[in-house]
Design a protein around this ligand. Structure first.
Ligand code: GAR
Length: 196
């Protein structure tokens, strides 16, 4: 059966741990999902923060990294218009948000199919402090979510979740490291599911 090429663009804002994991696990590799063979190309990464550590990670992995600082634009609309102009020629099949800490408006979301990872069992703990908030809660069942992006924060249709039962004695550092482990396991699988 023919192989379909799938082109991904990854957006990030900071550390870039999920971005690097996705590149290691998916870039230039072939997968068979429900009988369909697909080959993944990460065609570029985009950072909205010129200080992001992930920029160096992308360079080390020989992935083009565009830097589009949101601070250079007067409005969200101007920022997203430029993002769209820069991403469109890359012809992505999917936009993968990996620690991209900007809300995307309908302008962007109506142009590109986009997915996001969030470090909580959504709909719990939306927003920028999800790991801390789930750590501070009394929930024993914790985890991570990958969902379609819509114009509302951390709110689109669910693609996959991964869960674990924590020990309430765990410290924050251990708790966070287990959340990131779940993310690194889940996101590549969820991307393949979304592409299919
Ligand atoms: C990840 O934990 C990701 O789930 C979270 O930011 C972190 C980025 O880390 N995203 C959100 O909170 C989105 N609302 P990374 O840059 O090392 O991948």
């Amino acid at each position: 059966m023919a192989t379909t090429n799938k082109r991904l663009v990854i957006l990030f804002s900071g550390n870039g741990g999920n971005m690097e994991n996705i590149i290691h696990k998916l870039h230039h590799k072939e997968f068979v999902v429900n009988g369909n063979t697909m080959k993944i190309d990460i065609v570029a990464c985009v950072s909205n923060n010129k200080e992001a550590f992930g920029i160096q990670r992308a360079k080390n992995l020989n992935i083009d990294c565009l830097i589009v600082p949101h601070k250079d634009f007067a409005t969200r609309e101007d920022f997203e218009t430029t993002l769209i102009e820069k991403i469109t020629p890359l012809k992505p099949d999917l936009i993968v948000l990996a620690g991209f800490m900007r809300i995307l408006s309908p302008l962007f979301v109506s142009v590109f199919k986009s997915i996001n990872i969030h470090p909580s069992l959504l709909p719990k703990f939306k927003g920028a402090n999800a790991i801390q908030e789930s750590f501070d809660s009394s929930d024993r069942e914790v985890g991570v979510s990958v969902h379609w992006v819509n114009e509302e924060l951390d709110s689109g249709a669910m693609i996959m979740q991964a869960k674990r039962i924590r020990d309430m004695d765990e410290d924050f550092e251990y708790f966070s490291s287990k959340i990131h482990e779940l993310e690194y396991e889940l996101y590549p699988q969820a991307i393949l599911k979304a592409l299919n």
